[in-house]
Ligand binder design. Structure first.
Ligand code: DAH
Length: 340
């Protein structure tokens, strides 16, 4: 017989050497062991044609070869499976010694930072921090501040009106009135808070933040007023800033002044932040109008004081060189972080 069981086993051994995957192994199993057409089956079919003396040995050997092929295929299957699992383990392995990713840390909003800094400067001078409602009545927001009905200065404030007499406060100056009604003089307060105006542009947001200050005592003069604000602005920006008081008009102060500082970005050379003027306007201010004191029942012959109000968002824009007030309200942590 030209083709013996051992030839078959040798042929199988050669083919089984380099099996790349389970599919190749299954193909090999079919090729040799398929009941209908496998090579082993084919060889069994030759059995009846052999001379009787060879038949027994041939049959016995062929059965051994068949068992050997089956055993080897099972072994190879186990090897392939183990290799696949090892590969998977290598690919998905987690190196527990690698340092972890730090969780992104939060940070204080520029408005919060600036507000806290402002509060800190005034607390050190003895001021206390006061609060007042954002939904306010006409009297506290306007009338008591010497802005009677039909006063033209009311128009400048673009008020959001609610059901009368309520409105969204247009400035933090309402805190002046509420604090003076609540406390007895002397009084030194600071009041940060949200204010609302019907105004929406790259430089204006319908909601923004102001901080109001008020000092009332015996004999407070314009000199106290100037010295306090100069001290404040030099602490807030830099000791080298130049401070200017420009005549202005507010119904609740007399005289009134707008306070401007030399641009902290360009040292007065002119840039985007100061619109090329070299100066930036920081706040409105002045000596408390006698009528305002009278409106809360305080005697202007006995008491005098000064007041000021400024936009916190605006100061933050100037301090951090922000191009757009809306950046404050877009919750983009990357943009915020890049400023500080
Ligand atoms: N309330 C004014 C505004 O919103 C700012 C202001 C000006 C506040 C003068 C004051 C002040 O206390 O004295 O534009």
């Amino acid at each position: 017989m030209a083709f013996s069981p051992d030839d078959l086993l040798n042929a199988f051994a050669r083919e089984a050497k380099a099996l790349p995957c389970m599919e190749a192994l299954e193909a090999l199993r079919v090729k040799y062991l398929s009941r209908k057409s496998g090579l082993v089956t084919e060889l069994f079919k030759a059995l009846p044609g052999l001379p009787p003396e060879e038949r027994r040995g041939f049959g016995a050997r062929l059965n051994e070869v068949k068992t050997a092929i089956e055993g080897r295929l099972d072994e190879l299957a186990a090897e392939l499976k183990a290799r696949a699992e090892e590969e998977l383990g290598r690919r998905d392995r987690i190196d527990v010694t690698l340092p972890g990713l730090p969780p992104p840390a939060g940070m204080l909003h520029p408005i919060t930072r600036v507000r806290r800094q402002m509060e800190g400067i005034f607390r050190a001078l003895g001021y206390s921090v006061e609060d007042a409602p954002e939904i306010e009545d006409d009297w506290h927001n306007f009338t008591a501040l010497n802005l009677p009905e039909n006063h033209p200065a009311r128009d400048a404030q673009d008020t959001f009106y609610l059901r009368a007499p309520w409105l969204l406060r247009t400035h933090t100056s309402n805190v002046q009135i509420r604090s003076m009604k609540k406390h007895a003089p002397p009084l030194m307060i600071l009041a940060p808070g949200r204010v609302f105006r019907r105004d929406d542009s790259p430089r204006h947001s319908p909601m923004f933040h102001q901080i109001e200050g008020l000092a009332v005592d015996r004999h407070l003069s314009f000199a106290h007023f100037k010295a306090t604000l100069e001290h404040f602005l030099k602490q807030l920006f830099d000791a080298s800033v130049a401070v200017r008081f420009q005549p202005s008009y507010y119904p609740f102060t007399e005289p009134s002044a707008d306070v401007v500082v030399s641009c902290v970005f360009c040292s007065r050379k002119g840039c985007r932040v100061c619109s090329n003027t070299g100066w930036v306007e920081i706040m409105g201010s002045g000596m408390v109008h006698p009528q305002v004191l009278r409106n809360v029942g305080w005697d202007p012959e006995r008491w005098s004081g000064f007041a000021f109000g400024m936009g916190i968002d605006r100061v933050a824009m100037i301090k951090y060189g922000m191009p757009n007030i809306r950046l404050h309200f877009e919750s983009d942590a990357r943009a915020m972080r890049s400023l500080l």
